[in-house]
Design a protein around this ligand. Sequence first.
Ligand code: DON
Length: 576
Amino acid sequence: MTKVSPKYLCWYVLLVFCTLVADVYAVSGGDPQSKAPVTARKFMVAAAHPRAAGAGYEVLRRGGNAIDAMVAVQFMLNLVEPQSSGIGGGAFLLFWDDGEKRLYTFDGRETAPFAAGPDHFLAADGEPQPFWEALAGGRSVGVPGTLKLLETVHRRFGSLPWAELVRPAMDLARSGFEISSRLARSIASAQEHELDGFAATRAYFFDTDGTPRQAGTVLKNPDFAATLARIARHGSRPFYEGELARRIVEAIREASNPGLMTRQDLARYTVRLREPVCVPYRVYRVCGMGPPTSGGLTVGQILGMLSHFDMAGLPRIDAVHAYLESAKLAYADRARYMADSDYVAVPVRGLLDSGYLKRRSALIDLSRAMDKGRPGNPPRLPGPNWAIHKQSERAGTSHFVIRDARGNAVSMTTTIETGFGSRLMVGGFLLNNELTDFSFRPRIDGRLVANRVQGGKRPRSSMSPTIVFKNRKPYLLIGSPGGSRIINYVAQSLISILDWRLGPRTALEAGHFVNRNGVTELEQDTAALHYAAPLRERGQDIRAREHNSGAHAILIRDKELLGAADPRREGVVLGD
Ligand code: DON
């Protein structure tokens, strides 16, 4: 057994006490700092901007279903949180159809142009391009999937007319919206990475004298209003095959750092219906998205390993240590095995095999940190043992959750990758830089990397939209932005809610502990820092760090919906 000094015991008791008090507030809906109602009975939406949550709320109030609301939320996010997501990007959707009692997972991830090859991000000397050099311009842009995803899913499951769902964003683009503080800060900080280097983008986000537009400024986007008017009338066709397609390809090919996308790439884009990736955890079933995201698999591996520990009963510090160790092991497998399974053989079943995860969990020593997790040898390993992909992703992205009055549920993570994506703007929206989620190096030490660039392939993601089931019914909808830390943010919230019984709001507010198979990051200026000394004693390499999660969650009880928005961003929860 680990010896705990009285000093840490005091900290621990204080931490548990504060957590309990905060939790009582959250569960009773009486949180004094609540930005919006946190409880509802019939329906609820939580999204990263009040306008976006509002658009979803209005649809639900008029009797629209979760898919209708999803369409309205995404178009509105594109307008008011343009740095994070939109029709120029990609998304993963989990949709629970309560009529069919079926969970659908849709993949609207961007694809590499067919002409792209493994050397896509290699400079003339054979070395990888610097990240920001690769990012700005056309080269990093993947064929966008979000619009096709919205249209495909709405055609199949939507109940309100498409044009009505596009209209709120279109009207607001015309009349103008106030730049939020977060958007203003993002514009100012992206200036150092060439946000003002492209004419259309500069004209939209900067004053004529080159000053970043300030919070509170009313911004109109007539180009986006015109784009949305087209989409309202003709659906996704102008975007993938018509006038917008022509302009997108032109912008990419004529940029200073040109890309290879063709009109054929756009015309050939397809949304994929994938198998959900589910793991049992305690009395729950936790379901996520499979490849090309590593999210569902890595979250699933962490939980699969932790199911061999009594996370609720262990002293909190031991539980946190166990969590960090399981994350190291899961991220090690992620770096070797996870990529687009349409292109490389990913051992999906082997990675979640219960015997394999039990063996992996046996590597966790509660008294000593491992230096680094090594990838394991999952059963049913098809194909070669890939090299380890060492690249990490940057900031951008949004997550929202919706539960409608009929019991349907949406958990969707949506992105243009880095904040402001490739910096290229066409038709009033930004184009993604998702291709930088590929490994820039196709080979490491003579071995191929699973996540190398290949024509038509989808870059590996970390996005982890999740739905937890209890008694076969959706119990918790959750997800977050945050690049490769997403997996940690989501897995930690799941442990907090499912094992530690925190209310969703308290769970989302709690300071993060993160490990991506390297240093342990404890979130700066939070109570998580109290873990620093005892974790260091066990050998964890600790850093304090700012964390930029943006999680949204809805907990579904018999007669009540309990929603939460991450206080680190501007999101709200709305419901009736
Ligand atoms: O697909 C991915 O995992 C990344 N492109 C997501 C980037 C992201 O979440 C940035 N968020 N703050």
